[in-house]
Design a protein around this ligand. Structure first.
Ligand SMILES: [Zn+2]
Length: 589
């Protein structure tokens, strides 16, 4: 097939200058004040009428905000040179901050309602009853908040406080320049352009240390920012009634502590399985031991064009589920995927959706590698998750990162498994297995290091400011523990160069990736055994992610308990099989 590589946004709005867009932007601004008045006037007795009216109005505002926001964000990603978009994004984010007042009042209203009144309110309203899960969740969140005026003050101060520290990091890192040798000429690059996935060991090493030298220049400012971000959170947690710094990120992922601990326990117990992989890979690369900067060193360099990659993704999705294949094909044909390799695009990839149009958009830059093809499959996996939920009531279309990452990684795994299976010779097969095991290493070791670091850092931060040398030390220890002391060199300044530690909206940003990776690996193993019958189970899982906590999603669809270490062991078994296969093949080389 011949697919467009530029996405189509014109069906949403012709341009930001057009009447429709300007009108919608205007209505967004004027909608907030009446909504605040409406939520404040909601009755505390069981009278459904005003509540239903409020949710209808609030939903309409949310849909409009989604449409305008996603549209501008898409434009900004695809054209970083145009100065109109960042300005608009700035306006939209302050609109978002103003709109936060609505949810603060809503939480307070719903949260202070007695259980009997709440039950009777739901009993009298089929509309409210249908979105019970979402309302229950708001009531739970309400248990962890200060009074209304203090929450509002905290949100207002956040614009110049915690989020400002995040913005400062973006500015500092965006301006950072690195000098690297290229074909014996010294060239200046931005840090984002310096890569460590070269096949040349010396290029990886030199690039890493050149970038590290640049990052070192801003380490004091970054230490200030990371301390301020964590310090603000700890103060808020204390005043909001959270007992532990993991409570909020767990709540954000609809996950309980036992499940997270069981997952990390299984990872810690079994990660020695990766040691032979690390050793064999080092040997193939001609190294004594792998270093931090060798984590994504490639063993193969196959290429593929976009249309073939897209066809392959559609073909393999279809084998798993015809429905999923058709979905992917239509998304590609309708121009929902921006994949063109051109300058002026933001780095990275994401999936987003226009809720009221029930349309996804995928953003990425297809570079002709198998990694790019995996990214396409991965992002279309996110999009399919949204597609399964698209006819649910809007509040029940929200899912959290832990389950989102399950859907995307599962889709990627479908393609990875095919690539491993169809590799024409042992060398290609080894390269494909390596791609899969490098992911396992990232999820079980690299992300584990981030988790260990953040846990230690938050513990230390509760006692006072954490200095640069202490941060370096915490990071080094976390990496050594997570990698079982198997690397020849580490990255103590990883807390400076990893953007994820500076995302002001979410703390402990990374564990949902390991969750999604391991859960989807287990699901995939099951899909292989159960065959086509599993397709329906998979859809049920995705659908449940909008209406249940993560434990319940899995208990109700698979009858499994993710609080048990053994649940995770089944996924790890599959990874171990791949390690064994990799080692056998490596020994034959
Ligand atoms: Zn994702």
């Amino acid at each position: 097939m011949n697919y467009p590589q530029k996405w189509d946004l014109s069906s949403v709005y012709p341009s930001i200058e057009c009447k429709e867009f300007q009108g919608d932007l205007q209505s967004l601004e004027t909608a907030i004040a009446p909504l605040v008045a409406q939520v404040l006037a909601l009755p505390t007795e069981s009278v459904p009428g005003p509540w239903e009216a409020f949710f209808t109005a609030w939903e309409a505002q949310g849909l409009l905000m989604n449409q305008v926001g996603v549209y501008v964000n898409c434009l900004a990603s695809a054209d970083t040179e145009d100065p109109r978009y960042p300005a608009l994004l700035g306006n939209l984010s302050s609109l978002g901050a103003k709109a936060a007042e609505i949810s603060i009042h809503l939480r307070q209203k719903l949260g202070t309602m007695g259980q009997t009144t709440y039950e009777s309110l739901l009993a009298n309203s089929p509309k409210l009853k249908e979105i019970r899960f979402s309302l229950d969740e708001i009531r739970t969140q309400a248990q962890y908040m200060m009074d209304g005026p203090r929450e509002k003050l905290a949100a207002d101060l956040g614009v110049d406080g915690i989020t400002a520290w995040g913005r400062l990091y973006t500015t500092l890192s965006g301006k950072l320049k690195v000098h690297v040798m290229e074909k014996s000429v010294l060239v200046e690059k931005s840090v984002g352009q310096v890569r460590t996935d070269s096949a040349e060991p010396t290029v990886r090493k030199n690039n890493f240390y050149a970038a590290d030298k640049a990052w070192q220049k801003i380490e004091d400012s970054c230490a200030g920012a990371i301390n301020a971000i964590a310090g603000t959170r700890l103060t808020l947690y204390k005043n909001q009634g959270y007992h532990h710094f993991l409570d909020k990120p767990l709540q954000d992922n609809r996950l309980n502590r036992t499940s997270l601990e069981a997952m990390w326990q299984a990872v810690s117990d079994r990660k020695t399985m990766l040691v032979p992989y690390l050793q064999k890979k080092a040997r193939i690369l001609g190294l004594e031991k792998l270093a931090w900067y060798d984590q994504v060193a490639p063993l193969g360099t196959g290429t593929i064009d976009f249309d073939s990659a897209a066809d392959l993704v559609v073909q393999e999705f279809s084998k798993f589920s015809p429905d999923m294949g058709t979905f992917a094909q239509q998304a590609l044909e309708k121009g929902f995927v921006e994949s063109e390799d051109r300058t002026g695009k933001r780095p990275g990839a994401y999936c987003t959706k226009f809720l009221s149009r029930k349309e996804p958009r995928v953003f990425m830059t297809f570079s002709g590698t198998y990694d790019s093809m995996s990214t396409l499959a991965y992002e279309l996996g996110h999009a399919y998750h949204g597609f399964i939920l698209k006819d649910q009531p809007i509040p029940l279309q929200t899912y959290v990162m832990s389950t989102a990452e399950t859907a995307s990684t599962f889709a990627e795994e479908i393609v990875t498994d095919y690539l491993i299976g169809q590799a024409p010779n042992p060398r290609d097969r080894l390269a494909m297995l390596d791609k899969s095991l490098a992911d396992a290493m990232i999820m079980m070791m690299n992300i584990h290091a981030r988790f260990l670091f953040e846990s230690e850092f938050y513990t230390a931060r509760a006692k006072g400011e954490v200095r640069v040398d202490q941060l370096n030390d915490l990071m080094l220890q976390a990496q050594k523990t997570a990698f079982l002391d198997q690397l020849s060199a580490y990255d103590p300044r990883f807390w400076v160069n990893k953007l994820h530690f500076y995302i002001s909206g979410l703390s402990f940003y990374n564990f949902p990736y390991t969750f999604g990776y391991l859960f989807s690996t287990g699901l995939f193993a099951r899909a292989k055994v159960e065959g086509p019958a599993f397709t329906d189970t998979y859809k049920k899982i995705l659908l449940a992610t909008g209406t249940m906590n993560t434990e319940e999603v899995i208990r109700s669809t698979l009858g499994e308990d993710i609080g048990q270490v053994d649940f995770w062991n089944k996924s790890l078994d599959l990874i171990e099989t791949r390690v064994q296969e990799f080692c056998t093949l490596a020994d034959q080389m």
